[in-house]
Design a protein around this ligand. Sequence first.
Ligand SMILES: [Zn+2]
Length: 128
Amino acid sequence: MKGTKIYSIFTGTCPVCHTGKMYKERNAYKISKIFDMDERCSHCDTKFKIEPSFFYGAMYVSYALGIAVATATFILAHFAFHLGLFSSFIALIVALVVLMPIIARIARNIWINLFFKYDKTKAISKND
Ligand SMILES: [Zn+2]
């Protein structure tokens, strides 16, 4: 999987080398540290924040992801579990709240992956 954008997005690794971690705290549910990132990749020295407020754009991605999660939850609750409209709506809200930290990080990872490309030469350890 390494070398694909999916890998970087779901593991939160650097979009260029797929080796260095982007976040200081692995657990997205430690909300106070959810966006604590190193400025540069510890492995390949890529600067994550290309420009000030670079990650504001991730909000659009997180909005789209939220809609997708809400729609999927609603369809699942209403059509697969045969819940009523109100219960399905509650399920949708619960899913959004519970998954919020994951959605927020995935959105950031998708956003940064739109601007960077995997570079095999940078993936190789400096010591090799
Ligand atoms: Zn890197």
